[in-house]
Design a protein around this ligand. Structure first.
Ligand code: DNO
Length: 351
């Protein structure tokens, strides 16, 4: 097949082993990161070399990194930004040295994804991540202590308040300016060492608690790609993140950016949108959520997409216990479903 099927692995502590991952039909690549350092620190070559070796021992290729995190001071444009950007570039070079071809990152202020519950039980007994507006309404991070699942527990509530205030002052335009500076420094390095940088959209793709969010919709994705016009400056197009806003037409976005060759990585998962903007993560099949997966894969196949694909978040099923969204079983089912769609549609469009 043209596309490269991949699976996220959280390293040696992940209850899902590389051996199990290698048993999923069609699995090619491992998506991982060095987890024993903080943002802003250099990744050790030993860790990268070990990861490469471990993957190869199970017949897998370690060629995608998710993520090299972007330090808040880079996003905020604080004094030490040049030093931090140099560390970032060095990490990209080191990843490339050990065979990495694609590096994912995001430019979301303070928090990565936001959900209100990680184990919402469905009628069939499976559980998944959800975001219900009802549960967020009325909360103010500047006055309330907020503990949402998945929010970085390494910050104290006061630190969170300080960051939220700083981002409030920076605003969207300030964040765009700092993103542009990041790209001007990092993309030439990525080009030089044959890596495609893939920005992950904001999840969900609209402001939360007044924090600016910019990687959200078609106009902003266009603006982002124009900031540095190079295949090394590409998207990690996450159907579930962009797809939890009704204003995003996912197959249309996939078709457009695949035709421009600006998608390096596809995160494919489904979400069920509700009338008030709340959403539930669902099984991968089109009939289980609001996104038409056939149309998504068709848009890729039409454009001979040969980048990386991973089945994103799965539900917890069959009694599995593990990292919410990242169990083995439902992601493996997702991979198998996607392999079927890709085989059929790639054959159709290569005729
Ligand atoms: C969630 C993931 C994100 C993603 C980062 C990329 O499950 O898709 O956490 O890894 O946003 O930097």
């Amino acid at each position: 097949m043209n596309m490269k099927m991949s699976f996220r692995w959280y390293g040696e502590d992940d209850p899902v082993t590389l051996r199990y991952i290698s048993q999923i039909p069609g699995m090619r690549s491992i998506v991982s990161a060095v987890y024993d350092v903080k943002p802003g620190e250099v990744w050790s070559e030993e860790s990268l070399a070990r990861m490469k070796e471990q993957c190869e021992a199970d017949g897998l290729i370690f060629d995608v990194v998710e993520s090299i995190p972007v330090h808040e001071d880079i996003k905020l444009g604080r004094n030490n930004v040049d030093e931090l950007l140099e560390v970032y570039c060095e990490n990209v070079r080191r990843c490339a040295k050990y065979g990495v071809k694609c590096v994912t990152y995001n430019f979301m202020p303070v928090f990565d994804w936001t959900r209100t519950q990680l184990d919402k039980e469905a009628a069939d007994g499976s559980t998944s991540l959800v975001m219900y507006w009802e549960q967020l309404k009325g909360l103010d991070p500047l006055t309330d202590d907020i503990h949402l699942p998945g929010w970085d527990a390494s910050y104290t509530q006061d630190e969170v308040r300080e960051l939220i205030t700083a981002y409030g002052k920076l605003g969207e335009e300030g964040l765009w300016k700092n993103l542009e500076k990041f790209l001007q420094r990092v993309i030439p390095v990525a080009e030089e060492c044959g890596v495609r940088m893939a920005i992950h959209p904001d999840d969900p793709p609209y402001p939360i608690f007044g924090l600016p969010r910019i990687i959200t919709c078609e106009a902003n994705l266009d603006r982002f790609l124009k900031l540095y016009d190079s295949p090394a400056n590409s998207l990690c197009l996450c159907t579930g993140s962009l797809g939890c806003a009704a204003f995003n037409d996912i197959p249309k976005l996939v078709r457009k950016y695949a035709a421009m060759d600006r998608i390096a990585f596809m995160h494919i998962r489904n979400v069920k949108l509700m009338d008030d903007g709340s959403f539930e993560e669902s099984g991968h099949l089109s009939c289980k959520g609001s996104i038409d997966m056939y149309e998504v894969v068709k848009a890729l196949a039409e454009n001979n997409f040969d980048g990386y694909v991973r089945p994103d978040h799965g539900r917890m099923i069959w009694g599995e216990i593990g990292k919410p969204g990242y169990g083995l079983y439902d992601r493996a089912l997702g991979a198998t479903y996607l392999n079927g769609l890709f085989e059929a549609l790639e054959k159709e469009y290569s005729k």
